[in-house]
Structures are given as structure tokens and as C-alpha cells.
Design a protein around this ligand. Structure first.
Ligand code: URA
Length: 209
């Protein structure tokens, strides 16, 4: 699957191991989500277009490059909100387009409930973020939502993925690159990634019972 990029780096592996740990508290969990997202975002941006610019330094006039690609970051509510700050650290002037999908606990399917895109969304490259790439259902629906509205360039960043979800996604959107930190063993009967890290949203927002 040429569009699936597992970013292997000792720092990422180290941080993902702490992230998975049931004893990692919500504060540390949020810090790790932020740090890993930053590293993945850095990789996902490695082909962004640049334009030449004139620069005056305190010493001389010179030329340089700045980003030409206009970005729209699309966090899938709610767990991806934990990844958003990391993206802003790298691209402070990115626009945000929220996508709301809620998992139906009976069917395990993602159900759309909300979207708020920037006005000029069609001109932007979308980077969808969601920490867990499980069945692939939400990822497919999110890309479909954007493509149906004319967004051509789309990338996806997730922290942990299940092979089943990646395979399903790849069959439908082989042109959409997916950047992940880890590809796990698979899904359990409840649609959770194994070994995974549990419910990412609950761990980010400390809503575990
Ligand atoms: N969503 C999560 O938060 N965790 C999983 O393991 C799967 C989907």
C-alpha cells in the first residue's frame, strides 16, 4: 500500500509506548499526543509547495522560500482536538475545518453530525487528523465528505492504525496518503485497536468512568 506511510523513528516509538500504557495519566497523555502529532505533521508536510520570496535581513537583501500551499486542518471530533495545537505550532496560519463523526456503539459505524469548513476550503490542501485509524469507516466518510465538496488534495494523519482499516481505506482512496506512527495487530469485537491505547477521546479529555 504505497499511500500508507508508517513513520519510524526512535522518538516516535518511545513516545507511543508511553502513550499506550494504562498508567499514563491524562496530562502526560495529552503531552504525548501533542509531541507525536508534531513529528507526524512534520513528515506529512514534506511535499508542500514553496514560492520564492524576497527577504531583507539586518545585513543584506536575499531571497528565500515560503509555503505556497494553503492548508486546511480537519480534526475529526472529538479526539483529534488533542492533536490540533501541534499542527498550529508548525503551521500557525492554517485554517481549520471541523468534521464531526460519532461512533454508533451498536453498529460500530461512524455517523456524521457536524461540519464547519473555512469559506475558501476548495482552494486548500486538507490534512485530516484523527488519532485512531480503526475500521477505516470514519476516515473513508471524512474523505468522501471533502471530495464531494470539491476538495482535491487530501492527506490523513493518525497515530495508531489497524491493518483492516488501512486496507479498506486503500481500496477506496489509494491516492490519499496516510501518515501513522504505529500499525497494530487488528481490531477486537468492539472495534477497538489491539493492543492500541483504549479510547483516545476519553484519555485526552479524562472522561473514563
Ligand atoms: N477509537 C479509539 O479511540 N480507540 C480505538 O481503539 C478505536 C477507535
Amino acid at each position: 500500500m504505497k499511500n500508507i506511510h508508517q513513520i519510524s523513528h526512535p522518538l516516535i516509538e518511545h513516545k507511543v509506548s508511553i502513550l499506550r500504557d494504562i498508567n499514563t495519566d491524562p496530562f502526560q497523555f495529552r503531552m504525548l499526543i501533542d509531541e507525536i502529532s508534531y513529528l507526524l505533521m512534520f513528515e506529512a508536510c514534506n511535499d508542500l509547495e514553496l514560492k520564492s520570496v524576497d527577504i531583507t535581513t539586518p545585513v543584506a537583501k536575499t531571497s528565500g522560500k515560503k509555503l505556497k500551499t494553503k492548508l486546511m486542518i480537519c480534526p475529526i471530533l472529538r479526539a483529534a482536538l488533542g492533536m490540533l495545537d501541534a499542527v498550529f505550532k508548525l503551521i500557525p496560519d492554517a485554517s481549520v475545518g471541523f468534521l464531526g463523526f460519532q461512533r454508533n456503539e451498536e453498529t460500530l459505524n461512524a455517523e456524521f453530525f457536524y461540519a464547519k469548513l473555512p469559506v475558501d476550503y476548495k482552494e486548500r490542501t486538507a490534512i485530516i487528523i484523527d488519532p485512531m485509524f480503526a475500521t477505516g469507516g470514519t476516515a473513508i466518510d471524512a474523505v468522501k465528505y471533502l471530495r464531494e465538496r470539491g476538495v482535491e488534495n487530501i492527506k490523513f494523519i493518525s497515530i495508531i492504525a489497524a491493518p483492516e482499516g488501512l486496507k479498506k481505506f486503500n481500496e477506496i482512496y489509494p491516492d490519499v496518503p496516510v501518515f501513522v506512527a504505529a500499525i497494530d495487530d487488528g481490531l477486537n469485537e468492539k472495534g477497538y485497536i489491539v493492543p492500541g491505547l483504549g479510547d483516545a477521546g476519553d484519555r485526552v479529555f479524562n472522561t473514563l468512568n
